[in-house]
Design a protein around this ligand. Sequence first.
Ligand code: HEM
Length: 451
Amino acid sequence: MRAPTTRIPAVPGRPLVGSLVELARRPHSFLLSLPRYGDVVAVRLGPKRVYFVNHSDLVHDLLVTQADRFVRGRIFEKMKPVLGYGLVVSEGAAHRRQRLMVRPAFRRGRLVAYADTIQRIAEQRIASWTPGRPVDLVHELETLGFEVSYHLLFSTHIDPHLMATIQRSFPTLLAGVVRHTLAPTDLLERLPIRANRDFARAAREVHTAIDTVIARYRTRTVSGDDLFSALLAARDETTGEPMTEQQLHDEVLTLLGAGGETTATTLMWSAYFASHHKSVQERLQAEADTVLHGRRADFAQVSHLAYTRRVVTEALRLYPPAWLLTRQAAEGARLGDYEIPADGTVFYSAYAIQRDPRCFQDPDRFDPDRWLPANTTPAQRRAFLPFGRGIHGCVGEPVGWLETVITLSTIARLWTLRPAPGHPVTPMFRTNLVPRRLLVIPEPRTRATAE
Ligand code: HEM
């Protein structure tokens, strides 16, 4: 017998718009206010009634135990013109099959070569900063994130022109996906307006550039050390078939889109905490000196950069790039005692869950040492969701860690970052949760330059 359901409490909203304005203008206070009403609450966003899940156990149900009752929802539908049927967009059996083919690209054995690529590209850019001249780390790390993603995919086949075309098109595509998701009707996508023409042009340019890169890659010796070579080598478990050209194309775009900005954003917040907390920066530098002895980090050293990893973990807790994600009930589904109706849209916010005082002591405080093994509680681990969880959890997570830890330790090895006076740092809740601007002044470290 099924347990009785609990009525889902409704969050009071304004006439017509409901809570749309609060979510758009004051996401921090709006999201953190929701648990007050219940663990699952109904929120009106304009004409639409949606559900927010506010408890980490119920988010676990949504993503893991009840995952087969939910699909990804409208925003992923709208990504299809860009990402085709790549991992981020596909569902059900097709997704499972494709995920099994992509996963080997992130196996431990391959990470040694990836670490090398990350270190090389990160150091080139970070070492080029001018002592005393302010650097905007938002722009700098965004560019670095994209460069690293591209080199990880095509380590030996770098065409700066094609790379620039793809990088330039991404913001237009992302803005289009968000616009199409929020539009009250699909008709707006078809109007002959400038925004739609720009979206169509950016999509065309990106698809052509990816096809060209892949075609060129095939004409040369495959390096074996990059992500694309792993995709080429992947075989379907049942049929033994490789990926089709279309699948390869879609997965390349997916990995570029999903990996670059999330990792860059994590690095921005990690560097923000380092540059604004003297003691944090000093501990990062001391660890880089002890573990790296003034040299480049390799894969084996990454596991010894334990404090650096705790700083990244705490930055991911307070500022998870994917701050708000959705699912849609394919059929009636149950989360704890709450019944979600068929087609109901469900939101969960890693940002809010990771600041829940029921799981984290003094949740707004930046404290990397809460992640020391002796201090970490099971509730804390369960509520840590920056990579999602379950069948759609981040397949690139091992690379995400590798890239952030190596890059942050490279910065700590070479520079001391000082916040530029008069430039407060504020978060922007866009597709990802990014700092508006992060202006720092780099000063060379004497130890690093002496060696
Ligand atoms: C710190 C860095 C990263 C963060 C915070 C992050 C976050 C996430 C999150 C939250 C999801 C789940 C989305 C959902 O459930 O709807 C996800 C999925 C995914 N991520 Fe990441 N990610 C990171 C790095 C990367 C990297 C480096 C790659 C690839 C090179 C990557 C590729 C993917 C892919 C392909 C998926 C879709 C998986 C699936 O649906 O099967 N991510 N990521």
